[in-house]
Design a protein around this ligand. Structure first.
Ligand code: G4P
Length: 531
């Protein structure tokens, strides 16, 4: 019994895919599912306007815009592995959920567009991965299009993200002249064959050793010569593939390919699965809790409201940290000390939500939330007393004043705003020395403003107007007893309090932070709230 649990946990891999919108994250995810046999045709995961909708398009607003606002989890089998992919919103207006999802992953795959290099959103998501010291694997996509010079791309990743790189394979040509990739370890060339179906079928790859006379014939004399030169340069200059550094997130193995045409996807998946580990221990009260050998425990990393509008349900997404979950088992919600049964546990299997009877450490389950869960909460067996480390509150970057249009609906308004904030979709602040009359909302991505407006109107029957505020940075005042009235140099700064009454300052730009610090001796400002 214990052995079978260990075996199940050992074959699990749980990772997030991060990228800037349009780099090809959805296409790559889809190809993984295709290779795993979870879907038969590519093009069925993501649906843009007027086409089939993506698996994760739960909310109406997503359907209307044809984008994915929420993050979803996909599970599929590949060879003997059970893979959990944590998908993150691909749109520019991503939210705090995207950050939180990274808390549930054991490693990340970073997709980069070969013609663009590292882009803004990748940098933000990368910072969260670095904070967690998780391994980061790079897939440089769209090699079938014109690409930047390969050495330049690697240099760009190293300089902008501050992580060392080690190419596991190396591209030969790009765009119309894309010939394939050279696998450094096996010294083989995987020849690229364009597939006319847009990549809906698995790719066929011709494999030839670089030392075989056929290799030069296959890619052409010029490309062959160039490749030999590049390999020499690379072998002399690049870092060795030090797996210890990879595990710490200090060195990123790099792969090249073209997700659209399937090229390089399977080799990437195979390398990736070999290089990654089964779920790692998580910290509870300063102690490591091993995934095997302990009973079920999990933490909540995301709360999703109204996935089914008719039922007005709330789903709490949990990452299982240890042991085996069985439907209807009695568990303890640590924060409230209440015993409960997790009802309607579900998983997203490629294209459908299904009720699960069992799940293991590394898996993500969504359970019905009767309104007791908060982000970061721990659930474990009644006999245990685990408490996993909380999830930081990420500093919002956009702010607006919320104006309620119908003052008669005060109660619904307050309830709605508070509930949505509790789910973690928005952060709310009150003007210093003002009542609840003046609410300021802070979000990580501006789409959350639309989500707030939409949900208040549709779920709470409250019309609101949002007045954008010109602030871009927020800092918590470390000493909560600080008298905000006595701060100097704050003419341009807004003083607010969060829902727990903690004092904060809103700044128009990063420069303003230093300005205030320079004028107030002993003032300490922090970027993350400790909960
Ligand atoms: P995202 O999730 O990171 O936002 O990117 P997504 O996979 O949706 O890809 C963005 C666009 O880039 C899509 O084209 C997709 O077909 C294309 N793409 C992805 N991978 C590759 C690749 O390897 N090579 C080439 N040439 N294109 C690629 P679109 O026209 O915006 O959408 P669609 O109509 O094809 O769905």
């Amino acid at each position: 019994m214990a052995n079978s649990i260990e075996k199940e946990i050992g074959r699990r891999r749980t990772f997030a895919i991060i990228s800037h919108p349009d780099a090809g994250k959805t296409t790559l995810t889809e190809k993984f599912l295709l290779y795993g046999g979870a879907i038969n045709t590519a093009g069925s995961v993501k649906g843009k306007a007027n086409t089939k909708h993506a698996v994760s398009d739960w909310m109406e607003i997503e359907k209307e815009r044809g984008i994915s606002v929420t993050s979803s989890v996909l599970q599929f089998e590949y060879n003997d592995y059970c893979i959990n992919i944590l998908d993150t919103p691909g749109h520019e207006d991503f939210s705090e959920d995207t950050y939180r999802t990274l808390m549930a992953a054991d490693c990340a795959v970073m997709v980069i567009d070969a013609s663009k290099g590292v882009e803004a959103q990748t940098i933000k998501l990368f910072k969260v991965c670095v904070m967690r010291h998780i391994p980061i694997f790079t897939f440089i996509n769209k090699m079938d299009r014109e690409a930047k010079d390969t050495f330049e791309l690697l240099d760009n990743i190293e300089k902008v993200l501050g992580i060392d790189t080690c190419p596991v394979n190396w591209p030969i040509g790009c765009g119309k002249e894309f010939k394939g990739v050279y696998e450094r370890n096996s010294r083989e060339i995987l020849g690229f064959e364009a597939v006319s179906t847009g990549g809906s079928k698995e790719a066929k790859e011709t494999v030839v050793s670089i030392d075989d006379g056929q290799a030069e014939q296959m890619i052409g004399e010029d490309f062959y010569e160039n490749l030999m030169e590049e390999i020499e340069l690379l072998d002399g200059a690049s870092q060795p593939l030090d797996m210890e550094k990879v595990q710490k997130g200090e060195l990123s193995p790099v792969f090249f390919g073209s997700a659209l045409t399937n090229f390089g996807v399977q080799p990437f998946l195979e390398h990736f699965l070999k290089m990654t580990t089964a779920p790692l221990p998580r910290i509870s009260k300063g102690t490591e809790i091993a995934p095997s050998g302990n009973d079920f425990s999990a933490f909540v990393f995301k709360i999703q409201a109204n996935m089914n509008k008719n039922h007005r349900d709330r789903i709490a997404f949990m990452r299982i940290c240890s042991g085996k979950f069985e439907a209807n088992m009695e568990v303890k919600h640590v924060q409230s000390k209440k015993k409960m049964r997790l009802s309607q546990p579900q998983q997203i299997m490629a294209q459908e939500r299904k009720i699960v009877d069992e799940a293991y450490a590394g898996d993500i389950i969504g359970v019905f939330d009767p309104g007791i869960f908060s982000i970061g909460d721990t659930v474990c067996m009644p006999k245990d007393d685990f408490e996993y480390e909380g999830i930081p509150t990420f500093a919002p970057e956009h702010f607006a004043r919320v104006i309620q249009l119908d003052s008669m609906k005060r109660k619904q308004f307050v309830k709605g705003v508070e509930q949505i904030a509790q789910e973690g979709a928005i952060q709310i602040f009150q003007e210093h020395q003002a009542g609840f009359a003046e609410i300021i909302v802070g979000v990580v991505g501006t789409l959350q403003f639309d989500v707030l407006k939409y949900r208040l109107e549709n779920e709470y029957n409250c019309e609101i107007r949002l007045e954008p505020l010109p602030y871009q940075a927020i800092r918590w005042i470390k000493d909560v007893k600080t008298d905000m009235g006595k701060l100097k140099g704050v003419a341009e700064v807004k003083k607010v309090r969060d829902m727990r009454g903690n004092p904060l300052l809103l700044f128009k730009n990063e420069w303003g932070i230093q300005f205030v610090l320079d004028r107030n001796d002993g003032l300490e400002l922090v970027e993350f709230s400790k909960e």
